[in-house]
Design a binder for this molecule. Structure first.
Ligand SMILES: Nc1nc2c(c(=O)[nH]1)N[C@H]1C(S)=C(S)[C@@H](COP(=O)(O)O)O[C@H]1N2
Ligand SMILES: [Mo]
Length: 471
């Protein structure tokens, strides 16, 4: 793949850079093994990254390969995922190496069980239908899967992230475990994110067919399929609206996705068709979509009223208008403003120490309070950083509260909607160390030291602290 060539080139460029300090040059040469390293061939450089962070505990390599990693609420193999509960499976981000997250490593966030085509014709591609209607468009439209495939489509590489990703850090770093500042929800650690290549029919095309009225205000992307008790044919309450102005500004990027990493969209990820809203909290990307309603009023549904909303003293409860539409929520039921853009975040590929989190995932590779173990000596620390709204400008790291230093960003850096991989050299001695990382985005925002409380633990984007025991 070209990615590897670029990565090699980057490493070699760094290796040969005149500004490279002697220390770093010595490290790079000695860390790669044998004669190949001395001639600085691309192979040696490639090995360097492949050998990054050889954590000593082998259980960190695979989350779990126990045969009991099957749950009837999901379809795909769960072996490489972190078992949060029966509807949420986290990414084992300490095993992430690639720019694109393979489907088997991609987190799943469901409110209910995954609907299956064999049970429910609404998610069977032979019967799937999408209805686009409402008083905000001139020409209502119903399309089949075949119709969708015949439409012009494009692909985008974009992260998908749950707004609850990083919630664990509200507990671990800000101690928000008890009232009045109690955060509750699934403990994703930092595994509620992945990056895929999505193939989709852009909303710009759909809008050209249905034609917005001048006063169109909001578009509701609705599933109606997945539901409590997983009843086939039952009525679901999942979906989310977008303001028309956002839909229009990003009409080429928001769309109806039918492929993920080149494969038919898997059931757990919303197959046969889901909405994709790049850069927004994952909740906006409605899976198993069957309806888009575009209206001259706003919509209030669970995902922008009660769940995935910011509830706390720093946040103002929005006011609905009289003619707004309510589904599965009452006008008095709105608790706070909905999360929108995923904020800038970063991680290194090391499992977080979870000490205060109320419930550890059953197959988490570390026990409560346990530190991951790394060998002393030359290491390459690898990580990921993303800032979907504006793109990543730079990534910094610091060790044990020392000075912030620049990490090397691996190409490609595709800008907004995508993440970057980064790395830096480290030569630790035995003892306990803390590594922190922070990203600055192209809009000028840098990860802060702390974030204000919100009850659901959404949008935790403060600097993460990774504790490591070096032996
Ligand atoms: N119909 C439906 N769509 C949904 C959800 C859901 O429960 N039902 N979960 C949302 C949330 S909260 C997230 S973070 C993303 C997760 O997408 P993934 O499971 O493909 O990673 O899907 C969103 N779309
Ligand atoms: Mo989410």
């Amino acid at each position: 793949m070209t990615g590897q060539t670029i990565r090699e080139q980057r490493l070699l460029r760094d290796l040969l850079k005149p500004s490279t300090s002697l220390d770093r040059r010595a490290f790079l040469v000695s860390a790669a093994s044998g004669a190949a390293a001395l001639s600085a061939t691309p192979v040696a450089a490639q090995q360097l990254v492949a050998n990054a962070m050889p954590l000593l505990d082998p259980s960190l390599k695979s989350v779990s390969n126990r045969p009991d990693r099957k749950r009837p609420t999901f379809v795909k193999d769960l072996t490489r995922l972190v078992d949060l509960n029966s509807t949420n499976q986290g990414g084992a981000y300490w095993n992430y190496r690639s720019f694109i997250t393979p489907i088997e490593q991609f987190y799943i966030r469901n409110e209910y069980g995954t609907p299956r085509a064999e049970d429910d014709t609404r998610v069977d591609r032979r019967h799937w239908k999408l209805t686009i209607h409402g008083n905000g468009i001139k020409t209502p439209l119903t399309i089949s899967y075949e119709d969708l495939l015949r439409m012009p489509s494009r692909s985008i590489i974009a992260t998908m992230e749950c707004a609850g990703n990083g919630r664990s850090l509200f507990w671990e770093q800000q101690g928000m475990t008890t009232e009045p500042q109690q955060v509750s929800g699934s403990g994703w650690g930092l595994g509620g994110i992945g990056q895929a290549e999505w193939q989709y029919v852009p909303m710009s095309h759909i809008l050209s067919l249905v034609e917005l009225t001048k006063d169109a205000k909001a578009a509701l992307f609705w599933s109606g399929v997945d539901n409590k008790g997983n009843v086939a044919g039952g009525m679901g309450d999942r979906g989310r609206p977008l303001p028309i102005k956002d839909l229009k500004s990003y009409a080429d990027f928001i769309g109806l996705a039918f492929k993920m990493n080149g494969q038919d969209l898997p059931a757990d990820h919303g197959g046969p068709v889901r909405a994709i809203v790049p850069g927004y909290c994952g909740a906006a990307s409605t899976k198993w979509i069957t309806e888009i309603k575009i209206a001259t009023h706003d919509f209030w549904v669970p995902l922008n009223s009660t769940a995935h909303v910011l509830v706390g003293p720093s946040y103002k409860v929005p006011n609905p208008s009289d003619n707004d539409e309510f589904r599965f929520v009452s006008p008095g039921g709105i608790l706070g403003p909905a999360v929108t853009w995923s904020p800038p975040k970063s991680l290194i590929t090391v499992p977080l120490v979870l000490e205060k989190q109320p419930q550890l995932p059953s197959n988490y590779p570390l026990k409560a309070g346990e530190l991951p173990i790394l060998a002393a000596g030359n290491q390459v620390v690898t990580g990921y950083a993303w800032a979907p709204r504006y793109g990543v400008d730079g990534v910094e790291y610091r060790i044990n509260g020392g000075e912030w230093k620049d990490a090397d960003i691996l190409q490609p850096n595709l800008g907004r909607f995508t993440w970057v991989r980064f790395h830096f050299a480290w030569k630790p001695t035995a003892g306990v160390h803390t590594i922190e990382t922070r990203v600055t985005d192209d809009g000028g925002a840098t990860q802060p030291d702390a974030v204000p409380y919100n009850k659901g633990g959404f949008d935790y984007w403060a600097v993460p602290k990774f504790k490591i025991r070096v032996v």
